[in-house]
Design a protein around this ligand. Structure first.
Ligand SMILES: [Zn+2]
Ligand SMILES: [Zn+2]
Length: 143
């Protein structure tokens, strides 16, 4: 059954707007959380770019994520398949299927991407379905 805005009473309108507002707040919180992770990752990205800049030997000798020094056996150097930087064993996980290492930052990036997609799906697509359509929401706010 579709919402018919014109036949709603003031009370009904108010309660719908309340639900929308609460919904909006929750979405905002989640968006803020994702945004924070994104900022962290951007910072990390800038840091890594500076450290691994061409001509610098830093990344040849040290992990670009935690700065620990590579040693032949004790702290092996692994190349992350995604960012192509050298990271230590602690900062990377090995994917047996892909036969490749991925550093923790690139993993975070992937999971953020998934969370953002999920967020979009849950909050934008489904909500509008629940309230009928964006048009209904818009006309409610106009009243
Ligand atoms: Zn490390
Ligand atoms: Zn990486």
């Amino acid at each position: 059954k579709n919402l018919d805005v014109d036949t709603l009473s003031e009370d009904e309108c108010e309660s719908i707007l309340k639900v929308i507002q609460r919904d909006f707040d929750l979405r905002q919180q989640e968006q803020d959380r994702l945004h924070k992770i994104e900022e962290e990752l951007n910072e990390e990205d800038v840091k890594a770019t500076i450290l691994a800049k061409k001509g610098s030997s830093f990344n040849e000798n040290c992990c670009v994520r935690c700065f620990s020094r590579f040693f032949f056996i004790f702290n092996q150097k692994n190349e992350c398949a995604a960012c192509k930087l050298f990271v230590c064993k602690n900062c990377a996980t090995y994917d047996k299927e892909k036969k490749a290492y991925t550093c923790k930052v690139c993993q975070k990036q992937t999971s953020l991407q998934q969370q953002s997609n999920q967020w979009f799906y849950q909050n934008v697509k489904q909500r509008f379905k629940r309230f009928g359509s964006a048009k209904v929401v818009r006309s409610l706010y106009k009243r």
